[in-house]
Each structure stands twice: as C-alpha cells, then as structure tokens.
Design a protein around this ligand. Structure first.
Ligand SMILES: Nc1ncnc2c1ncn2[C@@H]1O[C@H](COP(=O)(O)OP(=O)(O)O)[C@@H](O)[C@H]1O
Ligand SMILES: [Mg+2]
Length: 589
C-alpha cells in the first residue's frame, strides 16, 4: 500500500519528508514530481530521511514523496545472465551485442530488470499432482546456447501439489504463469526478492571443497574453499582487476557476478568494455554468457553503491539456489564504504574510526554472512555455493585501516597485493609473506584424497624455501653474498627459481594463464626434487658457481610450458639430466 509525504528539506541526496502515515525502514520511496528512486534510511517523530539514488537537481521543498510499501527488490529470472545492471537493478541494455552499454540512464526512469518481451522455451520436469516444496525445480528454460535456467518454487511458499503445468516447448515470457499449485499459488518464470533479505537455505555446510582458480600461488599456497571469502587489498595498478578477471575466466564456478564500484567513471567504462570481450576458455563463447555485471553508473550518487552489493548478493543467491557454484566479486569494498560514510555524514551520525560509521563492520557482515556453501531447500538433496572475492583499496597501502580490517574479520583468506612486486613486474603481485588462508585445514582431506600426500609435502617445501630465502636475503645485507656457504648460495638461487617459475604467472600468456591443480602439485614436486638433488651434490663437493652454469631457472621456465599430461615424464627427464650433469661436475671438482 502506498502512502504519501512531503519534502521538508534537502541535504545532498538525502531528503527529509514529513509523513502522513507510518513508513518502514528501507521502504522504497519515489521522490518529487520526477519520482526519483530512494530508500527510507531513518524514521524520526513523523519524519523520514530518504536516500535518493539519483541526481536530485531541481527537486524542491514541498514536492510530494510516495512511499511504495515495498522494500528494494529485483526480479530474478531468465535474462539476468549476460546483462548489466546499475546499483539498484535497472538494466543498462546493450545497444548492440558486443557494444558498450550506455552509462547514463534517464532520471526517474523505471525499468524492469527482466525484459518482459523476451520469450523462453519451457521444459517441465514435474507433472500434475506431484507434490512440490519451496526450492524445488519444476522445469527449465534454455538461455544462450547452453545454460538451463531452473524455474523454482519461490522460498516461503507452502508445499503443495501441482494442479497444472504448461506443456514442454511452450514459449513464455517472464510474466507468464507456468504452473499452478493446488494451494492456489502460481509459479512464474521469474520471482521477486528484496535485496536486503537473505534467501533462505536449509543448512550451511563446512568449508571442505576447494575453489580452484588455476593460479599457482592461490591454489597451492593460499587456497579458498567453495563458499569462503577472500579479500584482495591493493593500491592502484597492483593487479586487482586482472586478478578478478583471471578468476572469472578460469575458476570452477559456473556463474560469476561482478559488482563494479569504481572510483572514476572511466574505471567502470573499462570494466564494461573489457568483460564483454573476454572469451570463456572453457566454452570458447563470450564469458558474459555466464556472468551478471553490476555497474554503479557515473551519473548516480555514490549512495547507489551502498545498495549494489546487496543486489549482487541476491542475484548470486538466486543462482546458488539452482544448485550452482557462484563467484561473487566486488571491486572495491573501499568505494562502497565511502558511500556508507557519506550517507552517515549527511545524517549527522557520530563518526567512528577514519570517519566511517560505527556500523561499518555490521553492514559488511550482512553481506559476507550470506556467502557460503549450503544444503538447499527443496525435496532433493542439492548444494550450491557463493564464494566472495572483494578487493579493498586502502589509501597508501595501509592495511590497518578500518575497511581492510573489517573485511579481514569476515573472510578466511587474505591475498595481499604488493606495490613493490607490481613495480618489479612480479605478477600476480601477491605478497607471500603477508597473505594467508584459514581454509587449508578444512581442505586438507580433499587435497589428500585427490592428489595424495605429495601435495602437502610440496606446499611445505615451497613455504620453507621462501622463508629460508628471505632469511638469507637479510643476512646478505649484513655480511655480503660471499660470506654465505655453498648450500646457502644454492638456497638463494632456488628461492629465485621458485619465485619466478612458480609464484609468477602471466595472465596474458595462453600457456601459463591457467595451471591445473594436478600440474601445480607436480610442479612443486619437481622443484622439491631439484632442490634435494642439487643440495646432495653440493654436499658431495660441487660448487655453487658450477650449478649456476646449468641455467636451472631457464630450464624450469621451459618445463612450465609443458602441458599437464606430459608434465610428469618431461619434468622427471629434465631433473635426471640435471643430475647427470652434476655428477660429471663432481668428477671434475
Ligand atoms: N597476473 C598478471 N599477469 C600479467 N600482468 C599483470 C597481472 N596482473 C596485473 N598485471 C599488469 O598490471 C597492470 C595493472 O593491473 P590492474 O589489475 O589494472 O590493477 P588495479 O586494478 O589494481 O589498479 C595490468 O594492466 C597488467 O599489465
Ligand atoms: Mg582496477
């Protein structure tokens, strides 16, 4: 039910309205003659503060405000995939396939998130008089060339029997009923959901399945579990966008939802231009076919960003509910937090650390808590997951600031991007000393089962060696390289080989952009075998300068190119050859 009010005062994009009837928090309001979209953010003694999500130039005191009685919501259904929405769910339809969508929407413009004219071919998988429960899939529609979009009984509906269901091959639009239940409820191709309310699941599951990225440093050293969350902090130019794009391309999630909260308009334009160009390496088709993009357009007040992360989460939950694994990425949490700070400032709230409101952490939690791997509602036992990758852009690379810290408390992995590494062209510029993952213990049994004990050994070797290298580098600063023992000199060289051949991974090199898990394990094993072999020969009297002549880094870089299938054979052959050369040297030394 709508109720009405009148604008009393304006402060930026926050307006205060005098109410004639009670309203609720987060109720959607249409402000002024132009009916601009806003949300109630505070109610006080017959008045309400409304955050308007559009430019409010020309709106005056005394104009009407309509309170819609609804909370901010989105229509979920076929047509989401491949689409771009603004922070409040309005589609920025593509002009032509492959073309950049318009970044500006008309003020007060209200578009349904799903195109009502599109027709979809329905394929039922339930029949009349069967009992169905909320969460059950009653049929599918085909999207693009290969995605079967599940039509589900919406959460909250009572279980009932099917009275009628439209036949196989029917062409339907999202507004058309496809199924009627004996309870009288009607199922449509689409369902509406309020973005600030989590979609329910039956049970959250532990973090025991790996989220595979194909990035060696991530999977091997700082793995994330399906349903987990990783924070990616880094300054400008450290590789946040490239990292997220690599994940989107290569990860083992079926659906990717990307929320762009860019600082500058052109950053957002870049994202809008780049994602549609990326080809999905798994299918050879545009990656956008399994992506949903949310772009906070440059003509919208920053406040729309605040809502956009809940919008993205809701879309992710919808696909999770189909039984899929979803990767949810937001770039950047810092820009989101700044929006929160701005709104809080307008409301005259007491600022906390760095000016952010005291509820920064709890608002962020309302987003992070909705991720996870879950047992879904419905009759059949199905699971789905949402894994979060959020970037943070702390000013001056200071990770102790509130947004980074709040994000850290809510996530289990931290991939610290490093300006110095990026400057020396070490990519991905993930600092292996500052990064960590809390998912390792939970994932150990799966890794052990799939890859054997070798995995664990390889990881431990890489860690120890990198630690040893950094110890030695500190020592060298004091005593100089010549004072090191032959073994220490070799450890230093080995550290460099590990960093350059294993940790570095060029996102733009087709042979190296993706490294399968099995190959990562064999790669680490090869490095370990090499280290043991050379160390033994050094003990037998071979000198480090002789080892240097073998060009082991170069060797390792060409081994890296070998495909997974031949990797074991080729790498073993190479290590054997190194062994023979060393024995020859030993004979001469
Ligand atoms: N994994 C990578 N492989 C190769 N180059 C990379 C990689 N990551 C980042 N880069 C380089 O760094 C540049 C900046 O990365 P970008 O992701 O745009 O930074 P940010 O989003 O943090 O500002 C890229 O244009 C690219 O040249
Ligand atoms: Mg970027």
């Amino acid at each position: 039910m709508s109720s009405y009010g009148q604008i009393k005062s304006l402060a930026g994009t926050v307006i205060r309205a005098i109410l004639s009837q009670p309203v609720t928090n987060f109720e959607v309001a249409r402000v002024g003659e132009e009916r601009l979209l806003g949300e109630v953010i505070r109610i006080e003694k017959g008045e309400a503060d409304i955050q308007v999500y559009e430019d409010i130039d020309g709106v005056h005191v005394g104009e009407p405000v309509e309170f819609t009685g609804e909370l901010l919501g989105i229509d979920l259904g076929p047509g989401l995939l491949g689409n771009v929405f603004d922070g409040i769910g309005r589609p920025l339809a593509f002009a032509e396939p492959g073309e950049t969508p318009p970044v500006f929407l008309k003020r007060g413009f209200y578009a349904k998130s799903l195109e009502p004219r599109s027709k979809w071919v329905f394929k039922p998988n339930r029949s009349v008089s069967e009992e169905v429960f909320p969460g059950d899939i009653i049929g599918t529609v085909r999207e693009g060339l290969g995605f079967d979009h599940a039509v589900m009984i919406p959460p909250g509906m009572p279980s009932s029997r099917i009275r009628s269901i439209i036949p196989d091959g029917s062409m339907v639009s999202v507004e058309k009923a496809v199924c009627e239940l004996e309870s009288g409820d009607v199922i449509f191709l689409s369902q509406r959901w309020q973005v600030r309310t989590p979609r329910p699941v039956r049970e959250k599951l532990p973090f025991t399945e790996p989220f595979i990225t194909g990035q060696r440093i991530l999977d091997t050293m700082f793995p994330v579990a399906l349903g987990g969350a990783a924070v990616v902090p880094g300054g400008f130019g450290t590789g946040k966008t490239v990292t997220q794009q690599s994940l989107a391309k290569w990860c083992n999630a079926e659906i990717v939802v990307y929320i762009g909260c860019g600082e500058r308009g052109n950053e957002m334009t870049e994202v809008l231009e780049e994602f549609p160009r990326i080809i999905d390496p798994h299918t050879g088709r545009p990656l956008m076919e399994r992506m949903v993009l949310i772009a906070n357009t440059s003509n919208m007040p920053v406040a729309a960003r605040e809502a956009s992360i809940y919008l993205g989460m809701t879309i992710a939950e919808y696909f999770r509910d189909m039984g899929l694994n979803v990767a949810l990425m937001a770039d950047s949490t810092s820009r989101w937090a700044e929006a929160l700070r701005e709104i809080s400032g307008r409301l005259g709230e007491m600022p906390g650390e760095d000016g952010y409101p005291a509820y920064l952490g709890s608002r962020l939690a309302q987003y992070y808590e909705r991720a996870g791997r879950a047992l879904l509602n419905g009759k059949l036992r199905r699971t789905g997951s949402i894994t979060i990758f959020n970037t943070v852009s702390p000013g001056g690379g200071d990770f102790s600031e509130p947004v980074t810290q709040s994000s850290l408390r809510l996530s289990g992995a931290f991939w610290a991007l490093d300006k110095r590494l990026a400057e020396s062209r070490h990519f991905p510029s993930i600092n292996w000393k500052k990064s960590y993952s809390l998912y390792e213990n939970g994932l150990r049994p799966v890794f052990l089962q799939n890859l054997g004990p070798q995995w664990q050994k390889g990881v431990a070797f890489l860690r120890e060696l990198l630690d040893r290298e950094s110890e030695l580098l500190s020592l060298v600063q004091i005593v100089g390289r010549d004072a090191l023992s032959e073994q220490d000199k070799w450890d230093l060289e080995m550290g460099e080989i590990v960093r350059i051949s294993f940790l570095q991974q060029n996102a733009f090199d087709p042979q190296d952009a993706f490294c399968p898990l099995e190959k990562q394990m064999l790669f680490a094993k090869t490095l370990m075998d090499l280290h043991i072999l050379v160390s033994k020969e050094i003990e037998n009297g071979v000198l480090h300068y002789q080892v240097q002549r073998l060009g082991l880094l170069r060797g390792m870089l060409s081994i890296r190119k070998v495909p997974e299938k031949e990797f074991l054979t080729e790498s073993s052959k190479w290590v054997e050859k190194v062994g023979r050369s060393l024995i020859d040297m030993e004979a001469f030394s």
